[in-house]
Design a protein around this ligand. Structure first.
Ligand SMILES: Cc1cc2nc3c(=O)[nH]c(=O)nc-3n(C[C@H](O)[C@H](O)[C@H](O)COP(=O)(O)O)c2cc1C
Length: 186
């Protein structure tokens, strides 16, 4: 698959088969992630791979409760209902979660980690895997309890929680808005 195909066909995948993702493949995805550019070449990222399903279930439960407790007003009725549903797994029962965290207190660390995340997601797509960035996990992972669950030192900041697995099916294309553009000069 060429780059354009990977870009055009990458979708947020939320249904996975039971097939695990092996360590070699996960290392290849992380290797692609660290090829991303970073400000002043700081490479301020760290990767935590979680394949422990019991831990993923616990993070899902705690992250949902945390969001309902800390930002109920910001959540739509739909999201409040979803997060209140004990059956809803924010990780969609994916076999693996890769959390990219910022290790450096650089003003560009969020951008750097996000670029690494896109590399990882596109490489996964090219390898026939599915991914989805799980923003629902982010706030709780940033708490002292969340960092402890990932064995992260207190100064680290979780930026990109990305689930990885073998897609059950190909999600349909998600329409894009026409780009808002301003052309300046010829
Ligand atoms: C920062 C960020 C946070 C996201 N958080 C979630 C999430 O918590 N749960 C989820 O199902 N999808 C999440 N997504 C996936 C988006 O919903 C998805 O990318 C968007 O609907 C566009 O669909 P596509 O990725 O298939 O093109 C997130 C995406 C980004 C970039």
């Amino acid at each position: 698959m060429d780059l354009k195909q990977a870009i055009d066909t990458r979708r947020a995948v939320r249904e996975f088969t039971d097939q695990p993702v092996d360590e070699k493949t996960l290392r290849e995805l992380i290797d692609a992630a660290i090829q991303a550019p970073s400000a002043v070449n700081q490479q301020p990222w760290s990767f935590c791979v979680v394949r422990d399903q019991a831990l993923l279930a616990r993070i899902s439960r705690d992250a949902k409760a945390h969001m309902l407790r800390t930002s109920p007003a910001a959540l739509s009725h739909h999201f409040q209902e979803l997060l209140s549903n004990p059956q809803f797994d924010i990780f969609y029962h994916a076999p693996a979660l890769v959390v990219i965290s910022a290790v450096a207190d650089s003003p560009w660390a969020l951008q750097d980690c996000s670029l690494a995340a896109e590399n990882l997601m596109l490489t996964a797509r090219a390898a026939g895997l599915g991914t989805c960035w799980i923003g629902f996990a982010q706030a709780w992972l940033g708490t002292p309890e969340g960092k402890a669950a990932l064995n992260l030192p207190p100064a680290y900041v979780p930026v990109a929680p990305i689930i990885v697995g073998h897609p059950k099916s190909a999600p349909p294309p998600v329409p894009r808005k026409a780009p808002d553009m301003r052309w300046i000069g010829a």
